[in-house]
Structures are given as structure tokens and as C-alpha cells.
Design a binder for this molecule. Sequence first.
Ligand code: GLC
Length: 423
Amino acid sequence: MASCRSPGSRGARFVLLLLALGCSPSADDRRVVTFPASAVGAEAELLARQLARFETAHPGIRVEQRSTPDAADQRHQLYVQWLNAGARDPDVLQLDVIWTPEFAAAGWILPLEELGAEPEDFLPATLEANRFEGRLYAIPWFADVGMLYWRSDLLDEAPRSFDALGEAARAALDAGRVSQGFVWQGARYEGLVTVFLEFLGGFGGRLLDPSGRVVVDSPEALRALQAMRDSLETGVAPREVLGWQEEQVRFAFQSGRALFMRNWPYAVPLLEDPTHSQVAGRFSVAPMPAEPGGRPTASLGGAQLAINARSDAPEAAWQLVEFLTLPEQMVERARVAGQLPTRRSLYRGDSLEDALPVPVPEARRILEAATPRPVTPVYTELSAALQVPLHRALTGQLTPRAALQQAAQAMRGVLQRRGLDAG
Ligand code: GLC
């Protein structure tokens, strides 16, 4: 067969014409779009399925996956290396919700309105996190919220306060019903910041006040960090959590060892799978606990899709972003991977019925109330300034008070150096 030039981004109609004429785009002729995406839990299999459908719908484009580490901070480091070196590849980037302003400020990703982005349907907090200087740089792909998983076969209801959680864990440990009380992400990485934010909100504290001033050394923050450390000292949380990220935490709960777990929604379908999980049908999810003066707090996390500013194929890359963020793909992602859609319209219809870990109206309420991390190009530096002393306080190398003073001073230093301090 004579070789035919592929239509590149020209679309399916031209390809159909070529097919009718007896020639098809060979693999070599297709436009290649490279895409590094996460593969935690059921994500890898789901993505492979969706990419295959995309390629069928866009015969002129082939998607090549790039593997990246699961851990948020390591992925960030790798992206920074690539983009700093001016790499054209990968074309599409999966960004954590906290990275967009940094990457946009560095000129590494394209503003998307010109490519045809229509942001109206997306949840306001997720859009907010993806704007920089008024322009939209990434499309919210899925949203994460921190939740409390609890063993419904061992307890009648979820604890509403941290004290009640500690008591229930102690009783279950003493009675030998579980070997671990409460497991959470305690390694020194971004996940620890999200857990801290939830304890912090639960005690009525915050990282920055509404004017942008650092208030992480407040009395509320001290109580929150003290509560995290107490849970380790009393054995409610096993010391292993100090090295654990999402997946180690999930394994502990999934094997039936732990009474409570803090994790994102992706764990629900995996825990419900009786072939791998000891707790299928024996757990439930609830908001994180809170103390008087605080409120149950869910950190807002999630992934966004952006386009490398140096990509050779921005239009093809955009077609992929557009496809993956269509309602159908989001509903499937919710059902298979437990990850929450970012389109508001989906929470109004019935397409999410039975697809979410909690009833649809509740999911919407949790999402709308979720607490974002500071939206700023210097977020990574702020987080690093926080992670180190937090972890040192949990391992007992610093008192919680000294840790928070160090964190606050370091965070103020970052904002001052970058001319972003609120005075
Ligand atoms: C999840 C969240 C992300 C967060 C990370 C921390 O991937 O989606 O926003 O930063 O966990 O580990």
C-alpha cells in the first residue's frame, strides 16, 4: 500500500476519507503526544482504557505514556528538571493542584483559553487553583478530599472529635480487635501537609490568615500538632506512619490491621474489592473529626492537566486534555478509581448515582467546603518550610511549639524574599 501522510490534528473525517481511499495512517505517521500520569490504585488500568478510546476517536494521534513516581514531591522534582531544561516532551502534564501557579509563573505551561478551554462547568475552588494572573493554565481532572475511613463492623458510628477517635482506638487496641488504631500519611512529604491541614482545621487553625499572613504558630495550630504527636506517643497511631505515604496507609487498613485511616477517595473501590481486601463491606467513610472551635476539614487535592509550553503538538495535546476531562471519562473515573469529578453539572444529574464513596449531594457539599492549600507560585517552598519541622516534631526531635515557630519563621522568610508578604 502506498504510504499516505497522516492528517495530524485535522481530525477523524479526513482519516475516514483516507480509509475509504484504501490507505490508513501508519503508526509512524501519527502525531505522538506524550503523557506522564499517575498509576496509584486502579488508575493505570483505567487510563489505558481511556487512552485506547481516545486513539480510536483520533486516529491521527498516538499517546505515549511516560512513567513517573507516585509521590507528589518526587514527581514535582522530576517535572522541574524536565521543564527547567527546556524539554519539549512530555506534551501533557499531570499537575498536582498546588503546582499550577508555580509552573505558570515560570512560563512552563500554556494558557488554555486560546486552545478552546471552556471552564464554566468546573468547581470554582479547582479553577481558582489553576489560574495565574487571570488566565487559566490547567483543567481540573479529578478532585481529592481527605476523609476518615472507619471500620463499621467494629464501631457503630464514626467519631466526631479527635478525643473520641483516640478513645475508640484505644479500646479496640486493648481488646485486641485491631493492631493499629489510626493510620495516616506521616512521611516527610506533601501528604503530611495535607493531613496536618485537616488536624489544623479541626482545631480551628489555618496556615495563612485571609490577608495572607502566616499564622501557623497560633495556639490552635499548637493543639493540632500536639494531638498528632500525642496519637503517636500513646500508640493510637503506629510509629511506622512516620515513613508512610498513601499506599502504605491503604495497605494497613485494607489488611484489616487498623481501625481508622485518613486517605483520599481513591481507596474506596480498592477496599471494596473482596479479592484483595479484608475489609470489603466492613468500612465506611466520614468527615475528619473536629474539636469545639474547629470544623471537620478536608484538604482539597487532585490532579490537573496542563500543556508543556514547548510542546511540538499543542493542538493534539489539547485534544487529549479535552477528551480526558469530558463528563463520560469523569464518570468512569469516579466509578472505577473512586476519584471525584470536577464538573459541577455531574453532581446535578443522576450519572454519578452509585459511583461515589458517599451520596452525591454529600460529595458535592464536602467538595465545596474542602480547604485549599495556599494558591501561590511559591507553594512548594512554603510546603518544604513546613514539612521539615512538622516531621521533626512528630519524631520527637523538636517540641511542637518550637517546630511551629520554626515553620512560621521559615514560611515568612519565603514570602518576604519573594516580595509576597502581607506585612
Ligand atoms: C494526592 C492529592 C494531592 C496531594 C497528594 C499528597 O495525590 O491529589 O493534591 O498533594 O495526594 O500526597
